[in-house]
Design a protein around this ligand. Structure first.
Ligand code: ZN
Length: 345
């Protein structure tokens, strides 16, 4: 579909965001893929959020959206494909490599625990990627609630990430998310066992409500190779706690585009959360406002609003804000690319 950017959205940007945002934004969590990345005959169900974007979300589509939502900023990104069973993991890595220049655009491979180390190495090195992203869906021998971090990341894959200083973007498993005791233990073990790897905990460990985050970042905060990324977190309390307790040079802005380009907001409800949706698509535990009771803007803008409010409450300096939005990611991903593939040109 065409980009549904409205006059109301533009006013949010002008009034609330423009003066707060730095001139360059690095989005460390973007899903980019085209038709070549999907297995033959595979598509997405009618309520999949990807239908909004025509069933793919390519680099070209993403840059068009970024131009609408961030008209004054230079947009940089780290991308990976769509981590589901519809995707061909080799083709997705080829696509991620093809759109990446290791200057402004960086890419990661999708990996399954069933992949041999050799196939992961080939996927990364042939496409000059900066790391990889495992996903829960690929752990197909356990019930979703019983999957552990170590199931998602076999030792032979992690040995390679450790040796090459690669980044691993991890969406942690289990119902209790960041506060889960098995996760708490294994998150720290992963960082300590593979000190050369850069472990990026996506979505602030999926802590979308306050009681899930308070006290639970301390273990990984003490690990110098642990990073957190903010994708889909718009909760200003969660963000404030993160900014106050986690080393600010290891916090990365991420959006989770294209999901972030839908209209909705994540809200805390009774020590849980739900995605309130302004559009009739299903993501996670979404609740759709079928009678249009409220006007929504994009999750992306709600995330920026949350960061702005949290930055104020946590007393972030302009430099802190620029680092979180740009410098931390730019430094991290460039360093990995230089280390493995040398200087471009
Ligand atoms: Zn994601």
């Amino acid at each position: 579909m065409k980009i549904d950017y409205s006059e109301d959205d533009r006013q949010i940007y002008e009034r609330e965001l423009k003066d707060f945002l730095p001139s360059r934004i690095f989005d460390a969590h973007v899903h980019l893929f085209d038709g070549t990345c999907l297995l033959p005959g595979k598509g997405f169900p009618p309520k999949s959020c990807l239908q909004k974007f025509g069933g793919t979300f390519s680099m070209e589509q993403c840059l068009e959206w970024a131009k609408s939502l961030l008209p004054d900023q230079e947009f940089h990104l780290n991308s990976f494909g769509h981590p589901t069973l519809e995707s061909d993991l080799d083709s997705s890595a080829t696509y991620s490599g093809g759109i990446s220049d290791n200057e402004r655009f960086f890419g990661m491979a999708l990996v399954s625990p069933h992949d041999t180390a050799e196939s992961v190495i080939r996927r990364i090195e042939e496409n000059r990627l900066v790391g990889y992203k495992p996903y829960l869906n690929f752990v197909d021998w356990k019930k979703p609630g019983e999957i552990t971090i170590h199931d998602m990341l076999p030792a032979e894959q992690m040995d390679y990430a450790n040796e090459k200083n690669l980044a691993v973007t991890l969406h942690i498993p289990r119902l209790e998310r960041l506060s889960d005791p098995v996760n708490q233990k294994q998150m720290v073990e992963l960082c300590r066992n593979y000190p050369g790897a850069k472990i990026i905990f996506a979505h602030i460990g999926r802590a979308y409500y306050l009681s899930n985050v308070i006290g639970f970042l301390d273990g990984i905060a003490a690990c110098p190779n642990a990073y957190i990324e903010t994708a889909m977190v718009n909760h200003e309390g969660v963000l404030e706690h993160t900014f106050k307790t986690f080393p600010r040079d290891r916090i990365l802005f991420g959006s989770d585009a294209p999901i972030a380009f839908m209209r909705g907001k994540s809200v805390e409800i009774n020590n849980q959360y739900a995605y309130l949706m302004g559009e009739d698509y299903e993501i996670g535990n979404s609740i759709y406002d079928a009678n249009s009771k409220v006007k929504f803007t994009f999750f992306f803008y709600e995330q920026l609003r949350g960061i702005k409010l949290a930055a104020k409450r946590a007393g972030l300096s302009d430099d802190d804000v620029s680092n979180i939005f740009f410098n931390n990611s730019n430094r991290l991903f460039k360093k990995i690319a230089r280390h493995n593939y040398g200087k471009k040109g």
